[in-house]
Design a binder for this molecule. Sequence first.
Ligand SMILES: [Zn+2]
Ligand SMILES: [Zn+2]
Length: 316
Amino acid sequence: MHPRDWIEVRPQGVWCKAGDFYIDPMQPVERAVVTHGHADHARPLRRRSRGRGAAAGLGETVEIGDVRVSLYPAGHILGSAQARLEYAGSSIVFSGDYKRRPDPICVPFEPVPCDVFVTEATFALPVFRHPPLEDEIAKLLASLMQFPERCHLVGVYALGKCQRMICALRAAGCTETIYLHGAMVRLCKLYKSFGIALGPLELVTPENANALAGRIVLCPPSALQDRSSRKLPSVVMAAASGWMRIRARAKQKGVELPLVVSDHANWDQLTQTMVDVSAPEVWVTHGRDDALVYYAQQHGFKAQALHLLGYEDDSE
Ligand SMILES: [Zn+2]
Ligand SMILES: [Zn+2]
């Protein structure tokens, strides 16, 4: 039976009729398979639902009703997975968010054969070509050398991007203490508990803030303009995001040092992934879906946009 007969888009999100559960629902529901911990994919379960969350490992298969659900690596952030659903002789893969660049923190994305491949399209325009991470890290370190009297405040998404930036800075030879906004501390601890070495980290406090000249401070993008940031000495405002490719966007956010660092597939990787997975049919969840659907159709795939609302592309 074709997945279109047992997968349905509902206001709450994508619903698997055959097993009565949602995949990355956009609203609280009773039962869901969640690909990763970003807020736009992992809504809390509805309060009256009795079940608690259960974590399944990569390579594991669980049965939900008559549906076999298996998880494969997505290479997006720590613990991110693709979910392959198999029912009545056909299969569909929900890739969640993914990237193809090597990342020492997560298991690389694995193309999984299926009848329908469901993909994101956050950066699905040819203009989005993410440069090597090392180049962007070098830019940040060069700016620190050039302006040792200025604090470098870098906006990074707290889950995933923050820890990836820290690891990349360490790999580039930065051994100094990196300072963290309060929102990051717990998640960094979590990464450390999974054996990911992040080196010396410290919380920014009102007491130490004015002594952070020449230091790197990481904060959520939303905190770049915070009152607390004004205590930092002569701030260079930076941000690490795939969106920094768009100059106007950086300018509008007051970002002086844009760093193009993304945990999503860029245009080349999205199109290459379609070829690698080579499912005859592609469904596109969120982002620049029209561009990717058009590309897919031009290249012999059956393709459609699911027009899912509620996934944010800013969680990047
Ligand atoms: Zn994500
Ligand atoms: Zn997403």
